[in-house]
Ligand binder design. Structure first.
Ligand SMILES: [Zn+2]
Length: 86
């Protein structure tokens, strides 16, 4: 229990995507913003423009045809359990 939450208070990022108003379909726990951005870039095959917009705003709208309505990178300092996400 203790060791499981060892890094829980450390600042980290979540790579998320889904439909507004719903629990995110995808919620990956990432150590850095770069990792979060590249995981969403790989997942949705983002163009260079979309990738820079995501880096700048930490949020972009997607065409739902691509499997999600938005992609978002959220900074998190909560004691969330990394094993809960994947
Ligand atoms: Zn978190």
């Amino acid at each position: 229990m203790e060791s499981q939450h060892r890094n829980g208070s450390r600042k980290h990022y979540h790579a998320m995507s889904g439909t507004p108003g719903c629990i995110p379909d995808y919620n990956a726990h990432c150590e850095t913003m770069d990792i979060a951005v590249s995981s969403l870039t790989d997942l949705f095959e983002l163009s260079d423009d979309e990738q820079s917009e995501l880096e700048d705003r930490r949020f972009i709208w997607l065409n739902p045809d691509r499997g999600a309505s938005y992609a978002e990178v959220a900074c998190c300092t909560d004691t969330c359990d990394p094993f809960q996400f994947d």
